[in-house]
Design a protein around this ligand. Structure first.
Ligand SMILES: NC(=O)C1=CN([C@@H]2O[C@H](COP(=O)(O)OP(=O)(O)OC[C@H]3O[C@@H](n4cnc5c(N)ncnc54)[C@H](O)[C@@H]3O)[C@@H](O)[C@H]2O)C=CC1
Ligand SMILES: O=C(O)[C@H]1O[C@H](OP(=O)(O)OP(=O)(O)OC[C@H]2O[C@@H](n3ccc(=O)[nH]c3=O)[C@H](O)[C@@H]2O)[C@H](O)[C@@H](O)[C@@H]1O
Length: 463
């Protein structure tokens, strides 16, 4: 089967960029991305592609090239489902906030709604692709809904997890390490797998397109995120030991990373990992393991989260202790609020938790982030429900200019590794601060020696 029409449900951080790249690389395929969120679709259709709702380097150019040609953003979900041969489900799968599995399991209500809508609308055979990250064996539930509530048409369910990282989404999509496609081992399942392989083969070499059974594919996605997050928690655990022993975590990371079995990537000690997925996916893995009675497996992976929470708390504690055990009414400046550089996404950012701890200590937080608005920062804090909206409002100031944000502060904390922070005039910043001028570098991006020679009291992670 040659695919000519694709629909993607969910125009978020994954659906938007993924479909934009498919449309760019496959001009013969019509790609329609649909979402219930009218504002989000309106923003994707903004005549100025610099205003699309997701900031990713290189994305606005791709959208400018393909939008209106073979890439469309729409709220007409049913029409797009009806017309497409292949339907990607790319909706959010957050951690459950209620009921059984609260705080651990993935909330699959949006997935189920999609399955029911597809079943209702489809009048011809369809391939349904799980693009969202899902618990292993979700395809079974989707299939049951489709087969029992549909119009008697045939559905093939594929698992095609996404491995892009935010901030590098476009390059990750253009040059993926691998594409993973899981499907049934029946002739119909294999035909569906081949149809999707052919889509990716328009720009990805076939030796990088891996096909497996559905359950391996679903579980590989959770496993990949668990392994990646585990590396960060492992190096962060070492960072605490480094601080006690005089070892330097950057030197340790370099020394172990040169072992080709370990590898050098993903070994940067930090204030703790954030982002919408690592924590959510590990909690989900822990929940799945527990539900099979595999308590040791569950405990093993849960430790990655425990370590990460500890690392964030340790960072805020260090600020308070260093500032003579009180930050009450002191101005603490945050450089960065996003969970990593080159994204406007703040979900689970370490900055939120560090700010929350410091506000509990009655600090006044000033923030400069090149891509995050004050409304977003406030929404992040309010979501924690630690105090009233008004109290959060009084505790946070946001600036458009880093020098204004730092002026008159008692301490600066680097929470995101934006490149521009390195290039600042640190002498000018030092001159405008209270003395001693403290600098807590939660990303180890600044040159400690240079800053100390200016006069800063510099504290990095793990040295
Ligand atoms: N953010 C990331 O970098 C990555 C995310 N993932 C996974 O991809 C999935 C999506 O994540 P994001 O794109 O970040 O989420 P997101 O929250 O940015 O986007 C999801 C979109 O789906 C829409 N939606 C929900 N239910 C819908 C329905 N029934 N009909 C139409 N639209 C609906 C929402 O309005 C929202 O715009 C998650 O499972 C996540 O774990 C996987 C790899 C990377
Ligand atoms: O499933 C997902 O959502 C995605 O999750 C991560 O991507 P992402 O969260 O966008 O970004 P990462 O680059 O993985 O960074 C995650 C967090 O870890 C931190 N980090 C990363 C690397 C490192 O060495 N140290 C470190 O503290 C980052 O600053 C950030 O807060 C994975 O890298 C992607 O492969 C995956 O598709």
């Amino acid at each position: 089967m040659e695919v000519t029409k694709i629909c993607c449900i969910g125009a978020g951080y994954v659906g938007g960029p993924t479909m934009a790249v498919i449309a760019q690389k496959c001009p013969h395929i019509q790609v329609t991305v649909v979402d219930l969120n009218e504002q989000r679709i309106k923003d994707w259709n903004d005549p100025d592609t610099n205003n699309i709702p997701i900031y990713e380097p290189g994305l606005s150019e791709i959208v400018a090239e393909a939008r209106g040609r073979n890439l469309f953003f729409s709220t007409e979900v049913e029409k797009a489902i009806d017309e497409a041969q292949v339907i990607f489900i790319s909706v959010n799968t957050p951690t459950k906030t209620y009921g059984k599995g609260k705080g651990m399991a993935a909330d699959l209500k949006y997935i189920e709604l999609c399955a029911r809508q597809i079943a209702k609308v489809a009048k011809e055979n369809k391939i349904v692709v799980e693009k969202s990250t899902l618990p292993v064996r979700t395809a079974e539930a989707i299939k049951s809904i489709l087969d029992n509530t549909g119009n008697g048409v045939q559905f093939q369910i594929l698992s095609n997890p996404e491995f892009l990282a935010e901030g590098t989404a476009v390059t990750d999509l253009l040059n993926p390490d691998r594409i993973l496609i899981g499907g049934d081992t029946t002739p119909e399942g294999e035909a569906a797998i081949n149809a999707l392989v052919d889509v990716y083969a328009n720009w990805v070499s076939k030796d990088k397109i891996l096909t497996t059974n559905v359950w391996s594919s679903e579980l590989s996605k959770l496993t990949a995120n668990a392994f990646l997050a585990q590396r960060i928690s492992s190096i962060n655990a070492m960072s605490e030991l480094c601080e006690k022993t005089g070892a330097d975590v950057s030197e340790v990371a370099r020394a172990i990373g040169m072992d080709s079995r370990i590898g050098s990537k993903f070994l940067k000690a930090s204030v703790g990992f954030g982002g919408s997925c690592f924590q959510k996916d590990i909690l989900n893995l822990v929940y799945i393991a527990k539900s099979y009675g595999l308590n040791e497996v569950a405990d093993y992976w849960e430790q990655v989260i425990i370590m990460n929470d500890h690392q964030k708390r340790r960072f805020s504690n260090k600020i308070v202790q260093t500032l003579y055990n009180t930050v009450a009414d002191k101005k603490i400046t945050f450089l960065g609020w996003a969970f990593k550089k080159d994204t406007n996404d703040t979900r689970e950012s370490a900055a939120i938790y560090v700010a929350d701890d410091l506000i509990n200590e009655q600090a006044k937080i000033s923030v400069y982030d090149p891509k995050v608005s004050r409304n977003k920062m406030l929404a992040d804090l309010n979501y924690l429900e630690s105090r009233s909206v008004e109290e959060n409002n009084n505790a946070i100031l946001a600036f458009d200019n880093p020098y204004d944000a730092c002026k008159g502060s008692h301490a600066i904390s680097i929470l995101t590794e934006w490149d521009e922070f390195v290039a600042y005039d640190w002498q000018k910043i030092y001159d405008s601060m209270h003395k001693p001028a403290f600098l807590f570098d939660g990303r180890n991006i600044l040159n400690a020696k240079e800053l100390e020679s200016i006069g800063f009291v510099y504290k990095g992670i793990g040295s």
